[in-house]
Ligand binder design. Structure first.
Ligand SMILES: Nc1ncnc2c1ncn2[C@@H]1O[C@H](COP(=O)(O)OP(=O)(O)OP(=O)(O)O)[C@@H](O)[C@H]1O
Ligand SMILES: [Mg+2]
Length: 565
């Protein structure tokens, strides 16, 4: 390769500036032969075998004396289209210039993204030092938690600013099986360890997270769930009653009117009547989370969470049926009553009705679902897999709504993280899909949550199917392997500082590896999540991760499991 005439002198200038003269000189890779603002080409000489320590996706440094420019390798090719086994071959290494490490007066170095002085032709490129990698990813004064190590150098920790990670929302994206849920389990374990007032609510569609947190989570499933029917907003309750189809105009009107009548009756009911109904002699005044609102703050919960009795709902419909001058078709009224009766009698919907009328407020729900007090278990794993599919939307919507309202009502006392696995189901890109109240409740956390301590964690295998406005509110993204070109483009669009060359690696990174972008990291970081023990990983009940059943189960066993026995 053609080197500048004065390259010997140049080399001695830059190498003499090394802080540690004992440092091995074999870190040298080659010299800059072209530079075009944000990119540079380095010519390296390869005598035998491969170019050691230099590969796509790695960082290298270009020595400028008092500073070292950091470059990311995105392309390598031999300058001649042949390979000479007998002699040295010249390889062109294309790098994107990310920033520079500058040595300070006191001997401390710091990394700045952006370049103040560009590398001259002939500048020497090195394999990067571990210490420089530490400077590049150093969080400074910010509180970091270690999630793993850098892919390039396993000796350097991969730390994230956990406060920023949570409070500005985060997303974990990647194709199936790359380790998203395992990474989330690791993040959550670290988060609750450093933030005692954090509550985590996991919407777990595969019933896999309880396995990862046996000691510090509670599991809520179809059998242990209590969400009184009166807690739902009208749209949510209607979605349950009409099993996901939009109600006809009359049906919606009737249900709305009957609920309003039942609520009014509940409010006016005498304490003696209530006590008799409930078999208790003392009744407290209903207290509501919404009561903690400050003036001017709006809350969706308070107005909707006022209880009412199912008996009053039936009575209100019966009265409409018995009216002399009918306001609604009698068949529609009767059909609605039958629908409600069927719902009430269906044991799968027991969680809506079983204890609903022995609760006066949503306090027991808040206590159960949001761990107030947490009693050593700040994580709630909400197992959605066993719930009737028709209620999943309404349940997810009400939980997202309650998460926001609880955080707001607590005035900073609690911070709530809502973790949505398979988030594209709740907030799909296609506005015609999904359930509008869930979308609204999640969007509300994404847009306003940080002011009140309500945070969002988004996990999906299909970023392309996720509402881009939600993704753009996630200030930190862990992008794991994504083979699909469209998904890669989504990431590029969502993340301002995502360089094109970084994104291009997403199709080829390994399991457990991620490129972490955004506010919780000092600089875009290619990392590998720490290896966790099998008992720390999410796994479906009765199955250890990576294990298959040692023998084929009998049909009776299968049927018993399918029935949830
Ligand atoms: N950090 C880790 N430590 C140890 N094993 C891991 C880790 N991450 C992933 N694995 C292994 O990879 C398997 C798949 O990981 P995981 O279930 O987290 O993937 P996923 O991306 O959530 O997949 P899916 O999209 O199907 O939900 C795990 O069962 C485990 O065997
Ligand atoms: Mg998963």
């Amino acid at each position: 390769m053609q080197l500048p005439a004065n390259h010997r002198q140049f080399e001695s200038e830059i190498t003499s500036d090394r802080r540690d003269p004992s440092q091995p000189t074999d870190r040298a890779l080659g010299r800059v032969i072209a530079c075009s603002g944000s990119r540079a080409t380095i010519a390296a000489s390869v005598a035998r075998g491969a170019l050691d320590g230099c590969a796509i996706g790695r960082l290298l440094s270009i020595n400028l004396g008092r500073s070292r420019i950091v470059g990311l390798v995105y392309e390598m090719r031999a300058l001649e289209p042949i390979w000479n086994e007998a002699a040295a071959n010249t390889v062109a290494v294309e790098v994107e210039l990310l920033g520079e490490v500058v040595d300070g007066e006191s001997g401390t170095a710091r990394f700045d993204s952006g370049i103040t002085s560009y590398p001259p032709i002939g500048a020497l490129a090195h394999r990067i030092r571990s210490r420089d990698l530490e400077h590049i990813h150093d969080l400074g004064q910010r509180k970091g938690v270690v999630l793993g190590s850098l892919t390039q150098d396993a000796g350097v920790s991969a730390s994230v600013d956990i406060e920023r990670l949570l409070s500005r929302h985060f997303a974990v994206l990647g194709t199936t099986g790359v380790g998203k849920s395992s990474a989330v389990a690791l993040i959550l374990r670290k988060a609750v360890a450093v933030k005692p007032n954090l509550r985590v609510l996991i919407l777990d569609p595969h019933n896999e997270y309880a396995h990862a947190f046996p000691d510090n989570s509670v599991r809520i499933d179809a059998n242990t769930l209590d969400l009184p029917f009166w807690l739902f907003r009208f749209e949510e309750f209607a979605d349950i009653v009409f099993r996901g189809r939009p109600p006809l105009e009359d049906e919606a009107e009737i249900l709305r009117e009957a609920i309003a009548t039942a609520r009014a009756r509940y409010r006016n009911v005498s304490p003696q009547d209530m006590a008799r109904d409930l078999g208790s002699s003392v009744l407290k005044r209903p207290l509501d989370l919404g009561a903690a609102r400050r003036p001017g703050e709006s809350s969706g919960t308070a107005e909707f969470a006022a209880p009412y009795r199912l008996a009053d709902l039936f009575a209100a419909i019966d009265e409409l049926i018995g009216l002399h001058e009918l306001r609604y078709p009698r068949t529609t009224l009767r059909a609605l009553r039958v629908r409600l009766e069927t719902l009430h009698a269906d044991p799968r919907y027991g969680f809506l009705f079983a204890h609903a009328n022995s609760m006066e407020t949503i306090a027991p729900v808040v206590s159960q679902v949001f761990r107030v007090p947490h009693r050593g278990r700040p994580i709630t794993v909400f197992q959605l897999a066993g719930l009737p599919s028709e209620v999943v939307n309404a349940v997810a919507s009400s939980l997202a709504r309650l998460s926001f309202d609880l955080a707001m009502a607590s005035r900073g006392g609690y911070e709530v993280l809502l973790l949505c696995e398979e988030a594209h189901r709740y907030v799909p890109q296609d506005q015609a899909l999904g359930f509008t109240p869930t979308r609204q409740a999640i969007a509300r956390i994404a847009k306003e949550g940080r002011k009140y301590g309500a945070y969002l964690g988004i996990v999906t295998q299909r970023p392309g199917e996720l509402d881009p406005t939600i993704l753009s509110q996630c200030s930190t993204v862990f992008a794991m392997r994504l083979g699909n070109e469209r998904d890669q483009q989504i990431i590029r669009a969502a993340i301002a500082d995502a360089s094109a060359s970084t994104i291009s690696f997403l199709s080829s990174i390994g399991n457990r590896e991620a490129i972490a972008f955004g506010e919780a990291v000092a600089t875009t970081m290619r990392m590998r999540f720490a290896e966790q023990r099998p008992e720390e990983l999410p796994a479906m009940a009765g199955r250890m991760p990576g294990q298959v059943e040692p023998r084929e189960p009998l049909v009776e066993e299968l049927v018993a499991r399918m029935r949830g026995l």
